[in-house]
Write a protein that binds this ligand. Sequence first.
Ligand code: CP
Length: 306
Amino acid sequence: MQHLMSPLDLSVEELDELLTLANDIERHPQKYAHACEGKKLATCFYEPSTRTRLSFEAAMLNLGGSVLGFSSADSSSAAKGESVSDTIRVISCYADICAMRHPKEGAPLVASQKSSIPVINAGDGGHQHPTQTLTDLLTIRSLKGRLDNLTIGLCGDLKFGRTVHSLIHALIRYPNIRFVLISPEELRVPSYIREDVLRKNQVPFQEVERLEDAMGELDILYMTRVQQERFFNEDDYVRMKDFYILNRQKMALAREDMIVMHPLPRVNEISVDVDDDPRAAYFKQAQYGVYVRMALILTLLEVGVC
Ligand code: CP
């Protein structure tokens, strides 16, 4: 039985197969409409979510399966002190596969060790968000036609942004990838990403503070939200929250074929006047999230479709 805790749980070849399956689902949804009949997905979300939880649920419903679950710790027996380990043992009696989001780093991993059904990490604290990474890779491959030979600007909260950490881990496995890390001093990538992931693997990167200085050289601009829920100090959050605002003037500095991605939700970091720009890819990205989660459910449940 396979779980998904990190994007690195899948080899490059397995990832390629998964993305190809997702593209086939996009083109031929009817072919997959009954693939998971009789199967149940549990969504155990101890932290708020719109896209991840609902796209998992849409994915299972699109496959003909059913869904159950909870959307906050308060509405589960976690509020009475139940451990994640006990919860997953019980969920294993009710469902065939589980997607879990938790504010504590490593909680889905602990659950996977006690589970008799596949567990998918749907985001654990500031650590990893592997299904967002699968979504991002599918978006990049579908819109840019490749996952290699890319210069990617990652902008915003690179310290707490788990989507950024997961995406860096995944992309360094492809040839000729270069990162421009755009953040204020206080929100730079953690040193383990800089030293143990980027430098150790000899991946070229530069760290800059001004978005304008990077725009012209990017194939992809990946914007992120400054995450209020990860700050210990409200004053620090208020000081940082509007540090970057992507608007039409800044978009004018970018290449014609650059794409703008964002895991969403956004707050102020992308002005709504960018939404009509053909390079804005963030809502398409949310749609790709459904296809790739359908492909992931099929893969982890080992359901074949002819
Ligand atoms: N991108 C993402 O994880 O969004 P949600 O928090 O709404 O799930």
